[in-house]
Structure formats: C-alpha cells, structure tokens
Design a protein around this ligand. Structure first.
Ligand code: PBE
Length: 267
C-alpha cells in the first residue's frame, strides 16, 4: 500500500511560523535529518499566517503540512493529526518549566515561593486559551483564577502579602504562554505585587532572565523546544522545574490527508 504523494500539491513546503520559535529550528533540523525531505523547504511566516494557510487549505480540502503544537485551539476547531516522527527530531512530549533569575529567592521570597509551587494541567491552560478567544487573556486569566481558587490556594497558602513591590515576568507570544503568563500575573497581583508581563522571543526570555533584566518566566518548553537556549544560559538562572506536563510539537496535517508519518512525505 503506497501512501498518496502530496508533494507537488504542497510545493515541497512545510508551512511554518515565526523565525525565532523553537519549533522553527526543530523543523529545519527535521528537513535535514529525513532523507525523504530532501528538496523540501520550510516557509517561515507567523503563527497567524500559518493558521490562515491551514484554514484556507481546509476550506478547499487541499493538502497542507504545518508546524503545529499542542495545547492549541486549532485541534478543537479542526480535525487534525500529528504526523509520526520516528526520528524524534521535533521532540517527544515535553514540559513547560518555571525559570527565575539568580538572587530572586533572597530578593523576593514570596514571589519565589509562589512561582516554585505553580503547577497546572494542560486542560487548565486550554480553558484560559479558549476563553481568551472570546474576550482577552487578561479577562480569561482573571476568571480562571476566580473559578479555581482551590488550585491557586495551593500555590499561595501560608504566604505573606507584599505591598506593591515590582516584579517583571517575561513570556513568549504564543497563546499557551499568554495564558500562563497572565494567570501568574493575576496571582502575583493578588499577592500585592506590581507585575509587568513582557512578551519577547524565546532567546530573549533566557537572555533577560540570565542578565537579571527580568525576574521570572513560566514559558520555556523543555527539554527540546528551547533546549539550545537552556544549555547556553543554564549557569545563569535557577530552574524551578516543570509547571505543566504534556506539550508536543510536530508536523500537523488535516485528517483527510491519507498519510501517517513524516516518512510518508516524498522527495
Ligand atoms: N511554540 C509554542 C513555541 C513554544 C510554545 C511551540 C510555537 C516555540 O516553538 O518556541
């Protein structure tokens, strides 16, 4: 049984996202590691551009291969599947970690303790992401915190309040991290902090924590997606461990495409 050949229809192209994304580097490496992808290229654009191209292809029931990840609302909106990645170049199931600057434990022990305790599930993150589509991340985060006081209490119980101390969080621009960043912002604000949340490229997340321009991040995907930045800066930050388990990157296609693996794509 031969898999159908979609290569010409997709113009030997993987539809990608922002140049600075971890998944963009992993996708480039994937094109190098799979012999059957010789001659294929990664079309870098933006997340919105990738989603627009995906939606257009689905409307016309045409083939398309995109760089995709979960948690993401596109999986609840459309019938999609990850192509199997037998070489594992796009990474296995990953964690999102909390990383803080050196000295934060001494300077802001209260924030440090809450950040250290912060842990939630992919479905919590998805709830915020979905609601944010109708309102905003700020609004959705506030509501999630209100409706999940049992979880938030576990992070804040027994911890003192502070009086307007400033703290800088950095995050990336993707919706999953806008969800987690805004939830942490609300939680720290309720504790009495003045929180600024900045959105930057993954490289800058690590660079600013290592350089103490920012205090904390709840955004890094590890061990693979942001692993190269982690390695580069690991002497210069404190890793508080995972805050969520179960993210995944891959090449994503509509269900109606009759292939199952990256190896089914043809040169
Ligand atoms: N992502 C979503 C990011 C991390 C979170 C997979 C697009 C990246 O590739 O850097």
């Amino acid at each position: 049984d031969e898999a159908p050949n979609y290569s010409e229809e997709v113009e030997y192209t993987i539809t990608g996202i922002e140049p600075g994304a971890g998944i963009t580097e992993l996708a480039k490496n994937t094109l190098e590691e799979y012999e059957n992808l010789e001659g294929w290229t990664l079309q870098e654009s933006s997340t919105a551009g990738m989603i627009g191209a995906l939606q257009e292809a689905i409307q016309n029931e045409e083939p398309i291969v995109v760089t995709g990840w979960t948690p993401h609302w596109i999986f609840s909106q459309y019938d999609l599947k990850f192509l199997e990645d037998p070489k594992g170049t796009l990474g296995k199931t990953e964690n999102i970690n909390t990383i803080v600057r050196k000295g934060l434990e001494e300077d802001m022990p209260i924030a440090y303790q809450i950040l250290d305790r912060f842990h939630w599930e992919p479905k919590d993150m998805e709830t915020v992401m979905l609601e944010a589509q109708e309102s905003s991340f700020e609004e959705a985060a506030k509501n999630w915190v209100e409706e999940n006081s049992d979880k938030v209490d576990e992070w804040t119980k027994g911890v003192d309040k502070v009086d307007g101390k400033e703290i800088v969080l950095v995050s990336t621009l993707w919706e999953s991290e806008r969800a987690s960043g805004n939830v942490m912002k609300v939680v720290l604000e309720q504790q009495g902090y003045e929180v600024s949340l900045k959105t930057v490229a993954p490289a800058i997340v690590f660079q600013s924590i290592a350089g103490a321009d920012a205090d904390a991040t709840v955004a890094p995907w590890l061990p693979t997606t942001h692993g190269s930045f982690y390695e580069k800066y690991k002497e210069d930050f404190v890793d508080l461990g995972e805050n969520l388990t179960g993210t995944k990157n891959g090449f994503v296609v509509p269900e109606y495409m009759d292939i199952e693996s990256i190896e089914d794509l043809q040169p």
